[in-house]
Design a protein around this ligand. Structure first.
Ligand code: DGP
Length: 112
C-alpha cells in the first residue's frame, strides 16, 4: 500500500523506534504514547484491520499476541500491561494497518 504509513515503517522508508523485528512482524514505540511504555506490534504485510484477517492469518495473529508479554517484560512492565486493537472507524482506528497496542506503566494520559 503506497500511502500506508505503517507499510513505510515496515519497509524502512520511515524511521521508527524499533524494538523488535522478525520476518513477519515489527514492533516500535508509539509516537503518541498513552503510558510510560507504549509499543505497537504490526504485521509487515498490509492488512487494514482485524476484520480483514483471513483464516491464513491465524498464525500471524498468534505471533503478534505472543510477542506482547515478551515486549512488556523487556520494557519493565512486570506488574502487567494492557493490549488494545482498535478496529474500524467506529472502533477508533486511525491508522488502517493492523496493529496491537501494548502499553502500561506510569500514569496513563488516556484511558482505553
Ligand atoms: P489507532 O488509533 O489504533 O489507529 O492508533 C494509531 C497509533 O499509531 C496512534 O497511537 C499513534 C501511532 N502513530 C501514528 N503515526 C505514527 C508514526 O508515524 N510513527 C509511530 N511510531 N506511531 C505512529
Amino acid at each position: 500500500m503506497n500511502d500506508c504509513i505503517f507499510c513505510k515503517i515496515a519497509a524502512g522508508q520511515l524511521p521508527s523506534g524499533k524494538v523488535y523485528e522478525d520476518d513477519e512482524v515489527l514492533a516500535f514505540h508509539d509516537i503518541h504514547p498513552f503510558a510510560r511504555v507504549h509499543v505497537l506490534i504490526i504485521p509487515k504485510m498490509h492488512i487494514a484491520t482485524l476484520s480483514d484477517c483471513l483464516p491464513e492469518h491465524q498464525a500471524l495473529l498468534g505471533r503478534m499476541l505472543w510477542l506482547a508479554p515478551r515486549l512488556a517484560r523487556e520494557h519493565g512492565l512486570d506488574a502487567g500491561f494492557k493490549t488494545l486493537i482498535n478496529t474500524g472507524r467506529g472502533g477508533g482506528q486511525e491508522v488502517f494497518h493492523l496493529h496491537v497496542h501494548v502499553f502500561g506503566g506510569g500514569d496513563p494520559v488516556r484511558k482505553s
